[in-house]
Design a protein around this ligand. Structure first.
Ligand code: FUC
Length: 781
């Protein structure tokens, strides 16, 4: 009877769905405070980021504001580019690469060649002067389900706790300390190595600053650049707070609530700082609204807001979790060869968590190389926006992992990038439309930078434009397509149409070009060269862009001429070809690679993220597998993001075991104690690419149908994933047992047809908006 009762309950209510949620704890936790920054725990709201160390003597919370960048807006297009373009192209066609390189160095490389860095805001230190004695029962954790970092321990028998979160609705960092017996005694200070002063007021600390850049031949003119401010208010329960010098001193409090916010005078509309903005005033406005609210109100709103996004996906591949073991020890055990599927669940959800924390409103800038978390004044690669794989990878998970909101900063930023991008297209290449090269900053730098061997990538603009189509393909939102995506896509296709020129065979090629960031040998030479024309990746990007622009213009009912010119050009692009060693050719000739194990595997763009190399092109598909094998045999996949890309490649090759092997290698070789991806050093793209790879193993939707469990590893025997988004505007829940599909539920958000594939079976049904459709193990309804 009890069973029957439960069953009725299940069928009757939505609680059944809830009960099917894994409910697995999703926590990173540790038995000791962080010593290194890469052990600290990240919290963020898309605009503000914090890294919590959980120290018991002097607590450290490192802070970021997304727009705090050194540098300034300037035009780095080389004015000599256009007048030398024809000659450079001719030299490349004639194989006179050294001379082409010489001219490119003079006339394509922009000035200044480098951008400046994204910078740390500084640190909040909480110096507990009474805490020199031993602590007991120490634990710190980050709960991905709430977005709260918690530290707790006992000292002299008394319990202390610290909770830290960054609220999106209130736009602040919230820190709450509690002690059981009213013995919080601490001094609070805000510190920044340079360019800032800190003053204390009654219950407040204020930091005011302006980045002073030095003149540099590499990075351009110095000067007083971005202005910024941070403000913190402190509220004590049962104790006192007094200002002392530039610190606040807290005595005998039982609770302490710290609210902190920060701002700069960056204006996204201008892609520049804007002296009409007063950063301190912005901080005061934000704090004024937040400080009248209670801790529990702030926390409840934060958790509700966080869960509205985070809870959309439930993912389970195990019955027993390892949550009783600290995360650093679990990682060590996995490195030593232990199986820990729950860590894979955690890693997957952590990627989603990190994207939520670094790319959404109230933030306005995309997630950079470190998301939003950076403790340097001069970060590795400036923590910038590399657009020859890294920024793209950051967003591979956004739509499929049901976080469309995280696309907003990327979309809005690139709408603005078109402005400098048009100048680059016309000044450097004499083209209509817009483009950019392999790197940018919040000031929208779009000329060729860093060096010819890194920067010769005018096809970065078209690659970024493809993300706009992707986002549309998940939502079917034609208003978005018309108003936001189409101007970017069409502007990019216009650029490509003009940029293409004829080679000696009459094919349309990109020139100048390179294959990020690999080099090749001309036959009979030993000097590695990068510069070329029509690298495979360029051509595959052009083809992909042309294909989606044809679709978009048809959907929007555009007049045919533009579409026709795209089709004509598309037919004249060189095909993707297979070289003498059975791999996809990376360059227009079958050159030998200078680095056969290179981290970029650009010639496989057509396999992933592109859609040109599929089981329907069996020879290319096979050659794609050989391409990866060759890279791996020569030490490829050694950076975190490169490994993550390989997971995605193997998922597209439907090779579940290899996808899983590389996922494990990502954990084993490229993951830091706080589960940040390691390039090395820390670079967040591997986290995002790893999460996207797991999604790709569970479901794919790029080929015109929803493919269920395309690359399910044999070790993920039983499980489910609920809430993935599929192209075509669907939400998909998949359940499996013993490695076989048990049930798939597809929720349709539009009236249309839906094609679903599992193993070799494919079905198509008409679906109605708002309805869910459940299919059994053989896709029977
Ligand atoms: C690309 C990669 C590097 C690094 C840099 C930030 O250029 O080739 O490995 O990730 O971006």
């Amino acid at each position: 009877f009890r069973m029957l009762f439960l069953l009725i309950l299940c069928i009757g209510g939505s609680s059944c769905n809830k009960n099917e949620d894994s409910g697995h704890p999703l926590r990173l936790w540790y038995n000791q405070p962080a010593v290194e920054w890469t052990e600290a725990l990240p919290v963020g709201n898309g605009r503000l980021g914090a890294m919590v160390f959980g120290k018991t003597g002097i607590e450290q919370i490192q802070l970021n504001e997304e727009s705090l960048w050194a540098g300034s807006k300037l035009d780095n297009n080389n004015p000599g580019a256009l007048s030398h373009l024809h000659e450079i192209r001719q030299l490349l066609l004639d194989g006179n690469i050294p001379k082409a390189l010489d001219l490119s160095n003079k006339y394509l490389l922009g000035t200044p060649p480098r951008i400046r860095s994204y910078q740390t805001l500084g640190d909040l230190f909480i110096n507990f002067d009474s805490r020199s004695t031993k602590v007991e029962d120490y634990r710190r954790e980050l709960d991905l389900r709430t977005g709260i970092a918690l530290t707790r321990f006992k000292q002299n028998g008394e319990k202390y706790t610290e909770e830290v979160f960054v609220s999106a609705p209130d736009n602040i960092v919230v820190i709450q300390l509690r002690s059981e017996r009213g013995s919080i005694n601490a001094s609070l200070s805000l510190r920044r190595e340079r360019d800032a002063i800190v003053e204390s007021g009654e219950n407040t600390l204020v930091m005011k600053g302006q980045i002073i850049d030095q003149d540099s031949p590499e990075s351009g003119p110095g000067g007083a650049h971005m202005r910024f401010a941070a403000k913190m208010t402190a509220k004590a329960t049962g104790g006192t707070i007094t200002a002392q010098g530039d610190s606040l001193v807290v005595r005998n409090a039982s609770a302490l609530l710290l609210l902190l916010t920060a701002a700069t005078d960056y204006n996204r509309e201008l892609l520049n700082y804007d002296r009409t903005i007063d950063p301190l005033l912005l901080c005061e406005e934000i704090l004024g609204k937040a400080e009248v609210r209670s801790y529990s109100n702030l926390m409840n709103d934060h958790v509700a807001d966080h869960q509205a996004l985070f809870d959309r996906i439930d993912f389970s591949i195990c019955n027993v979790t390892q949550d009783t073991i600290p995360t650093d020890i679990r990682l060590r055990q996995v490195i030593d060869g232990k199986d820990d599927p729950h860590l894979v669940e955690l890693y997957f959800q952590y990627g989603r968590y990190l994207l939520m924390g670094s790319s959404r409103a109230p933030g306005v800038l995309p997630a950079n190389l470190q998301g939003i978390w950076n403790n340097h004044l001069e970060a590795p690669w400036n923590s910038d926006y590399h657009t020859n794989i890294n920024l793209q990878m950051n967003y591979w998970l956004a739509d499929v992992c049901n976080l469309p909101e995280t696309m907003d900063p990327l979309i809005r930023f690139f709408e603005k990038m078109m402005v400098p991008g048009r100048v680059t297209a016309s000044q450097m290449y004499g083209c209509k439309g817009w483009t950019m090269h392999h790197n940018t900053d919040p000031f929208g730098r779009s000329g060729l930078m860093d060096g010819i061997q890194w920067g010769t990538f005018p096809m970065a603009g078209p690659w970024m434009a493809l993300h706009f189509w992707e986002h549309f393909s998940y939502t079917n939102d034609t208003a978005y397509l018309r108003e936001q995506a189409w101007p970017i896509l069409k502007g990019s296709a216009r650029f490509v149409l003009d940029f293409l020129s004829e080679d000696k065979k009459g094919q349309l090629v990109t020139s100048p070009s390179y294959s990020p960031e690999n080099a090749y040998f001309m036959p009979g030479t030993t000097n590695p060269m990068q510069l070329t024309y029509a690298a495979a990746m360029d051509i595959q990007i052009a083809r992909e862009l042309f294909m989606v622009c044809c679709s978009a213009s048809e959907i929007l009912g555009e007049e045919p001429p533009f579409r026709d010119s795209i089709r004509t050009a598309m037919n004249k692009l060189p095909p993707t070809r297979i070289g003498r060693n059975g791999t996809i050719m990376e360059w227009i000739e079958d050159y030998e690679e200078a680095e056969p194990g290179h981290r970029h595997i650009s010639q496989l763009f057509g396999l992933h993220p592109g859609t040109q190399i599929t089981p329907e092109t069996p020879e290319l598909y096979k050659a794609a597998a050989s391409t990866i094998e060759r890279r791996l045999a020569h030490g490829g996949g050694h950076t975190g993001w490169s490994r993550a890309w390989i997971i995605n490649f193997y998922a597209r090759l439907l090779d579940s075991e290899k996808a899983n092997d590389h996922l494990l290698m990502l954990l084993r070789k490229s993951t830091l104690p706080n589960l940040f991806d390691s390039h090395p050093p820390f670079q967040i793209d591997g986290n995002f690419g790893g999460t996207a790879g797991i999604a790709e193993m569970l479901m794919q939707s790029h080929a015109g149908y929803i493919q269920i469990l395309p690359a399910l590893p044999s070790t993920w025997k039983n499980g489910h994933v609920k809430g993935l988004r599929a192209r075509g505007n669907f939400e998909v829940d998949i359940y499996w047992t013993d490695g076989k599909l048990k049930k798939v539920v597809v929720k349709a958000f539009d009236n249309q047809y839906c094609k679903i594939k599992y193993q070799s079976k494919i079905i198509e049904i008409a679906v109605e908006k708002g309805k869910s459709y459940s299919f059994g193990p053989r896709l029977e309804i």
